[in-house]
Design a protein around this ligand. Structure first.
Ligand SMILES: [Mn+2]
Length: 214
């Protein structure tokens, strides 16, 4: 077992994104939050719906705000994709397949209404799941599977969704289109199913279909 229950550490970064140390997560986010490493993930189901979550009221940053499926902070030395799987399991009870990094260089700084600052280099991942959501109520107070069009509309309006998700969603849409074009090229060129084609297949994502029953 990791010692995360006692001291959860996050990775501090310089302006070029190089690691410069670590800090306790518990005291990291305030009105002068230093730049650190986070991640965001958008989880899709088999029909291409994406999971929106509402942050629990006890969260330090953006309590009660609707946002992408899951966010978090990789521990020092932890692979980000493994941190994505860890948080998806801890917060949502989900087993996710192949988190794929779609926006590796995403960076943002945002100030919440109470003055708390988020300040992250925050690679954005997409992942897929086939398992039912079993949310941890201290992390997620509500959740909903939505279509890509609903997600885009929330980003366009801005206020229904977290500031980072509002910035990520249009970038994600562009990046997913580029990935799909690469997938098509890859399918023409490749005669075998390597890791790449699995990763790209996981990104053939937004397809509209009937919403699952809640
Ligand atoms: Mn953070």
């Amino acid at each position: 077992m990791r010692a995360e229950a006692d001291v959860e550490l996050v990775v501090l970064l310089d302006d070029e994104g190089r690691e410069i140390g670590s800090a306790r997560k518990a005291s990291l986010h305030h009105d002068h939050t230093p730049l650190h490493l986070g991640f965001s993930c958008y989880i899709f189901d088999a029909q291409g719906h994406v999971l929106l979550t509402r942050r629990a009221l006890g969260k330090v940053t953006w309590p009660g705000v609707w946002t992408n499926s899951v966010c978090g902070h990789p521990a020092p030395g932890e692979q980000i994709a493994l941190a994505v799987q860890r948080r998806a399991n801890d917060e949502l009870g989900l087993r996710v397949e192949g988190p794929v990094c779609v926006l590796p260089g995403f960076r943002y700084r945002a100030v919440a209404a109470d003055g708390t600052v988020e300040n992250e280099i925050c690679p954005v991942y997409c992942a897929r799941t086939n398992t039912p959501v079993q949310a941890a109520s201290d992390e997620v107070m509500e959740w909903r599977w939505v279509s890509w069009n609903e997600l885009r509309r929330a980003a366009e309006l801005g206020w229904p969704i977290s500031p980072w998700a509002a910035k990520q969603i249009p970038l994600l849409e562009t990046a997913l289109k580029a990935f799909r074009q690469r997938l098509n090229g890859h399918a023409r060129r490749s005669r075998h199913d390597g890791d790449d084609s699995r990763a790209f297949a996981a990104l053939d994502l937004p397809r509209e279909g009937p919403l699952p029953r809640r």
